[in-house]
Structure formats: C-alpha cells, structure tokens
Design a binder for this molecule. Structure first.
Ligand code: CMC
Length: 429
C-alpha cells in the first residue's frame, strides 16, 4: 500500500501522497494543500522543499555521494571527458563514439562569435568583473540568434541553441579575460579539443607560438566535470524558474550566471583564494582565522567551508584535493597557500564548532589553488565554475520544459501593515 501523510489543521484531517525517489528519497506531495485547506507551507531558503522530480543528478549529503544520471562522479572524473559528460547530462545517456564525435564537431563549428560582439566588449571598462561581462554577453546571444526566443520553435532550434551556447561560452569567457587584460582577442583554433581551445584563447597571443600543456588541459577537464551539475542549487533553481516563464535558454542561463556569482555560491572560489592570501599576508596564523569564523560578532566565515546539502564530506572536494597535490607537483608549482589551506582544513576539522555544525571543505576550497597554478587570476575562478556548470543548467532547463512544469511562483505569508488610508503629503508626520 502506498504511504500517505496526514496533516491535521483546525481539527480537520488532510491526506497527502508520499512520493519516493529511485534512491529512496521521500517527499510529501503537498501540491493540493492550499486548494484543500487554505494553508501554505513556509520554508525560507527552501531547506525542506522539493521543487521538482528530476532524473539528472543524485546526491546524498550524509554519505557524500554524487551521481550524474546514475554514474558516480569519481568514475566520470577519472575516465570521461567534459563534452561526454555534457552529452550525458543533456541527452540522458552516455554517447556512443559516433554520437560524441558528431556532438563535438557540431560544437567546434560554432565556437566563433559574431564580429559585432567586439563592439559590446569595447563598451565594458577593463575593470569590469568577468562574471558581469559573461552574463551580459550570454544574454546578448538572444540578439544574435532571435530564433532562440521563440518558445514554440521545435527540437531542432533548441538543439542548435544548446550547441551554440556550449560552443560560444568558452570564447566569451576567454574574450572577457583578454578584454580585462587589454590584450588582443584570440579566435578559436578548431583543431583543438574543448579545454585546449579555451586555454589557447586565454593564453595565446597573435603571431606567437603557444602550445597548450596537456597536463593543464586535463586538469581543466576534471574541474569542469566536477562542476557540471549539482541538482537544485541556487543558480540551477534560478535557471529553472526563469525558464519556467518560457524565457529563452540564453536569458535563463544569464540569470543563472548572476546567481552563481554570489559569494555564498560559486563566488566562494574567488573568496577562498583571497582569504588564503590574506592569512598568508597576516603571518599564516590559521587558528586566528578559525576563531574569527566562530565569533558570532564577526561576519567573517571560512570561505570554502560548509554546504547546504553535504554534512559529512563533499565528494568533489576529495577529488579536487588529491588533484591539487598532483597537478601542482606535475607543474612544478610550489604555492605556500596550499600549505595554509591544508593547515586551515586540519585545524577547522578538529574544532568542536565545525564538528558540531558538520562543516567540511566544499568544492570551492581547493579549486582556486589549482586555477591559480594554471595561471588564472581570481576574478576568473567563478567564470570557470560557470563554464563547468553550463551542461547542468542546460539539462535542468530542458528537463523542466519537457515536463511542461508550470511557471514557478512561490507564495508568502504577508506580515506587513493592514489596510490603511492614504495620507496626503502635507499631513504626514
Ligand atoms: N564559516 C563559519 N561558520 C559557518 C560557515 C562557515 N563557512 N558555514 C556555516 N557556518 C555556520 C553558520 O554560522 C551557522 O551557525 P549557527 O547554527 O550557530 O547559526 C551554521 O554553520 C549553519 O550555517 P547556515 O548558514 O545556516 O547553513 P546554510 O546551509 O544556510 O549555508 C553555505 C550553506 C554554503 C551558504 C554556508 O556554509 C557558507 O556560507 N559557506 C561559506 C561560503 C561557501 O563556501 N560557499 C560555497 C558553497 S559550495 C559551492 C556551491 O555549490 O555554491
């Protein structure tokens, strides 16, 4: 017999079905609650609210499990490549050799940006944060490809929109970097793979030989895979809710980029490296900063620590920590902030404050150290996160639209003034 939940309100009983996911997650389906009882649920920050039923990503925060379409993140990070993972997330299954090569070829064909993009870049001051530039330019893709706005266009148009977005995002990201450095923009070199092409556009210079280090490209490949999806996080929920109004994929992803920029979300990776540098400059006393993070009168938090869902460990952080050691040693980079990070992690993990609150390093704690070793400046770290998260945003947007989900529109409990009459300005005190 299927389970039911009973809620008693004002002495009256209401029954609601219990929904069980394929990994045993349980939820009470209260979609009829208001219609039946007049009540709504109140859950700020959506800590207990399931916004959808999704078949893309499974994560278990207690056990530190993360699967994309059933495949463990550890296996994908070790054996797969980013475009293969993108295909898996968006089209539900791992691609065959032929499917992957067609997909990669299509993406490669669309890596160029319309020349008019340069005029938009010219309008940004070189001090512009690359995340703001990225979101503006992704939004401006609607101007170059108006077919993407038509919410009645068929699957072929949507597929082209998806391919264009995956193809152009690295070019936009690299050009925003070049713009901020005042350097000439580099056109994509389409005999290179996705990650190498991005690195070429970032670090190459016209008329100069630039060979992409395969170690660096591989490190980037792993980082992008680790960031590719993370179910209903803040930016993904943003993408889904914007898309639920039938806004275009480009507009929805631009909104997701803005959400990701926040320091409590993807922006934390930039904040982590700045925090570690600050600790180094201050003499390296990690205990002092742990104490600051515990002090409720101090707004300082240990950036890269804590997670809404992971309460044991973040499996992505485990892979990244290992990768960090190996990449730095392979590249021959000795970065003192890595020792500070390890020391900080060790000190915090022994501290009752962090133990009681189940605060562990998250994906952002070590990723910045790798990005730094790869030659990226901190303002670009969140751009790298966005590049990685793109297939997840696309897959989630597509899933929501294919399921015909209704427009997202939460309710509220109003706690403001009761009705009162307008007071003319001369009579106001
Ligand atoms: N340093 C110090 N205290 C913390 C931290 C931290 N990094 N994170 C949480 N706490 C404390 C918090 O003060 C609260 O204490 P109390 O119970 O005494 O009030 C308790 O732990 C629970 O924290 P919360 O803010 O209620 O938890 P949340 O689930 O709302 O927030 C979080 C999760 C990730 C926003 C938060 O842990 C945080 O701000 N971390 C630092 C920023 C960060 O690293 N963000 C990246 C997240 S992973 C990448 C991504 O997917 O976005």
């Amino acid at each position: 017999m299927s389970k039911e939940a009973e809620i008693i309100l004002d002495g009256k009983s209401y029954k609601f079905p219990v929904v069980e996911g394929s990994e045993g997650e349980k939820a009470i389906d209260i979609s009829n609650l208001r219609a039946q009882s007049g009540y709504i649920t109140l859950d700020t920050g959506y800590k207990n609210t399931g916004a959808t039923q999704s078949s893309i990503t499974f994560l278990d925060g207690e056990l530190g499990i993360l699967h994309y379409r059933g495949y463990p993140i550890e296996q994908l990070a070790e054996k797969s490549n980013f475009l293969e993972v993108a295909y898996l997330l968006i089209y539900k299954e791992l691609p065959t050799k032929e499917q992957l090569s067609t997909f990669s070829e299509r993406i490669t064909k669309h890596t160029n940006l319309h020349e008019d993009f340069k005029k938009i870049f010219d309008g940004f001051p070189s001090s512009a944060h690359p995340m703001g530039v990225l979101s503006s330019l992704v939004s401006s893709l609607t101007a170059f490809y108006p077919g993407s706005i038509d919410d009645t266009a068929g699957d072929d148009e949507l597929d082209l929109t998806i391919v264009r977005l995956l193809a152009k995002m690295p070019t936009i990201a690299a050009w925003s970097y070049k713009n901020s450095k005042g350097q000439p923009l580099m056109y994509p070199k389409n005999d290179l793979d996705y990650c190498s092409n991005f690195l070429y556009m970032m670090f190459g210079m016209p008329n100069q030989e630039y060979k992409v280090d395969p170690l660096v490209a591989e490190a980037l490949n792993v980082l992008l895979i680790l960031h590719a999806d993370h179910e209903q996080n803040c930016s993904t929920s943003t993408v889904r809710i914007v898309g639920s109004a039938h806004a275009s994929l480009y507009s929805s992803v631009a909104a997701g980029i803005n959400a990701l920029w926040g320091p409590l979300h993807g922006g934390a990776n930039q904040e982590v490296i700045e925090m570690l540098e600050q600790i180094k400059k201050d003499g390296g006393d990690v205990q002092k900063f742990v104490n600051k993070a515990k002090d409720k009168n101090d707004s300082f938090r240990l950036m890269g620590f804590g997670h809404r869902v992971y309460k044991n460990f973040d499996p992505r952080a485990k892979i990244i920590k290992k990768a960090c050691d190996s990449i730095l040693s392979k590249l021959g980079v000795k970065d003192p902030v890595l020792d500070i990070a390890k020391n900080l992690e060790e000190t915090a993990l022994k501290d009752p404050y962090f133990i009681e609150r189940k605060l562990y390093p998250n994906v952002d704690f070590y990723s910045g150290i790798i990005y730094k070793a790869l030659g990226l400046k901190p303002e670009l770290f969140t751009v790298m996160f966005a590049l990685g998260r793109l297939p997840g945003w696309i897959a989630q947007w597509k899933e929501m639209r294919e399921a015909g989900e209704p427009i997202g529109r939460p309710r509220q409990v109003y706690v403001g003034s009761n009705k009162r009459d307008y007071v003319p300005i001369e009579k106001r005190k």
